[in-house]
Design a protein around this ligand. Structure first.
Ligand code: PGA
Length: 235
């Protein structure tokens, strides 16, 4: 099981360092679950320092496909590695919807990052309109088929209508989507979308749910740690 906290655009370096210092104490001794935090770029270094010597990983929220170049606003996997960051999220729905990310750019980011030696959480998921139009399966097949298998690739299934809305997918619906994704690409699959301590156990109990990508509930140590503890029970 992997529980990853996607902080989005929250927590600058000082807050990140403070959070990680408390988290490392709170999770000390917890076994049977891999834990990662994904701070904004500027807070990655502070998180790496505050978590040094622990098993808690630090990952970025995006990564570019080239090692360097004229790409204003972008950061490469080589730069992340230099900082001690060994993972990245790619293709989050907020990037797809607000920053022009596509299946193709997501796949390029994933392939290059994996090639450079970091692990990747690639996000997929249908919008509410796509679900209502009966297009969920086609959308997921298309998004997943754009990615190549790799032993450091993880997929996060995040139905867009469940992100930040408090409307979690039912465990059955999540399982159905995860099984479909696994039939296309057999890699670990996280569920994301309003995961909270109260609903984590039921979602993580599904056979094809291998962990969670947690947004809002990852911003407080207590709720994030509680989700990590639920995952640890499922090993
Ligand atoms: P949420 O976000 O847990 O706040 O719904 C999940 C995500 O966007 O990764």
């Amino acid at each position: 099981m992997l529980i990853a906290g996607n902080w989005k655009m929250y927590k600058g370096p000082a807050e990140a360092a403070e959070f990680c210092a408390v988290l490392r104490g709170r999770l000390a001794g917890l076994e049977g679950v891999d834990v990662a935090v994904c701070p904004p770029f500027v807070s990655l270094g502070a998180a790496v320092q505050a978590l040094a010597g622990t098993e808690i990983a630090v990952a970025a929220q995006n990564v570019h496909w080239d090692a360097e170049g004229a790409f204003t606003g972008e950061v490469s996997a080589a730069m992340l590695l230099e900082l001690g960051v060994y993972g990245a999220i790619v293709g989050h729905s907020e990037r797809r919807q607000q920053f022009g990310e596509t299946d193709e750019t997501t796949a390029r980011r994933a392939a290059a990052a994996l090639e450079a030696g970091i692990w990747v959480i690639a996000c997929v998921g249908e919008t509410e309109a796509e679900r209502e139009a009966g297009e969920t399966e086609a959308v997921l097949r298309r998004q997943v088929a754009a990615l190549d298998p790799h032993d450091r690739l993880v997929i996060a299934y995040e139905p867009v209508w469940a992100i930040g809305t408090g409307r979690t997918a039912t465990p059955e619906l999540a399982q159905e989507a995860h099984a479909l994704i696994r039939s296309v690409l057999d890699v670990p699959i996280l569920y994301g979308g309003s995961v909270k301590p109260e609903n984590a156990a039921d979602l993580l109990a599904q056979p094809d749910v291998d962990g969670a990508l947690v947004g809002g509930a990852s911003l407080e140590v207590e709720s994030f740690a509680a989700i990590c503890e639920e995952a640890a029970k499922k090993q």
